[in-house]
Design a binder for this molecule. Sequence first.
Ligand code: NAD
Length: 379
Amino acid sequence: MKVAVLRETNPNESRVGLVPEGVKFLAKKEIQVVVEKDAGLAAGFLDSMYEAEGATIAPDAASAVAGADIIAKILPPAVEEVGTLAKGHILICSLQPSANLEVVKALKDAGVTTMALDLMPRISRAQTMDILSSQATVAGYKAVLLGANAIGKFLPMLTTAAGTIRPAKTLVLGAGVAGLQALATFRRLGARMEAFDVRPAVKEQVESLGAKFLEMELSADMEDEGGYAKELSKDQHEKELELIAGSVKDADVVITTAQIPGRKAPILITRAMVESMMPGSAIVDLAAETGGNCELTKAGETVVHNGVQILGPVNLPASMPFHASQMFSKNLVTFVLEMRNKEGNLDLNWENEVLDGVCVTFQNEVRHGPTKEALGAAS
Ligand code: NAD
């Protein structure tokens, strides 16, 4: 078996799908790796580091994929890049199929087998292959650094000869993977913390990180089978806004991470709430790419309203490419091994819910993802 690692062509992407440590691991399983020249450079991994672990370096994408079975990438290829791939190649990347219909169609037409790691089923066995979780960990951590950097205050309490500084107050909305990592990071920096989530199950996790959980009455079944939140009713949402308004007004940094899969992110911070905040405070909206949790968020921009900064970062994991790549790579390597049978041969067994769940295109058909109608409309 041979894996080809391609260099990302999107100028905003600095991660790489497989790091040298992954090459070493695969080599032990007798899986060879070929790396496109400079594929890991932007993430801090030199070609020589890949070679030291037994990989070969190819001068371009076409020569990297020639003879490879598996193609490893972070982002989906651009439509024009699909021509480099051939029938039977197994492409592993993040895909967001419903947002990338033209690429899905091109991959289907080319006969490429596409494994979208962002569709990983949320079962405990698959946690080690879950790129949404690993990359959300990076985003939650980085959001705290952005927030801390945006305010003109210390986060921890300080007792100095020049006076005593009160710790900053922080609020995290949405205590999933990113939100819990944000709390853990705020804790390390000594901030006071409050958090809210519609899934009452996370109360304990929030409290174990030293944060106060904002409580409102909600039924226990706010979670679907996948562990994701369900959308609130209009009435519940109004109550939620009231609860948040009470906490947001004296927060120095607010981090929002709330998402409902397949839907626009819920608005949790209204314009009026922003206007109730102190100038100099900051909101970091991790849901910016899906519409934002704050009414004033603009994806990819920092909006300043009444002296409050509202940051809408996009693709935060790419801003920490070394560890984001290392974690993505670990997910990808585990998935590559999942595709092998006991004899060590490639075996796409569709009874395996992990393989079945992530496979978007196979033998010129779409297995999961966009419907024929949606793909037809994209062509
Ligand atoms: P996510 O990114 O979809 O959402 C982030 C958080 O926002 C969630 O905690 C959600 O409950 C919350 N939220 C949604 N609407 C809200 C609202 N109106 N107000 C406040 N909060 C709101 O979620 P995620 O972080 O990717 O994962 C959610 C959960 O899924 C995890 O905590 C975990 O239990 C589960 N999970 C399981 C696996 C696995 O078993 N393989 C992997 C990852 C996550």
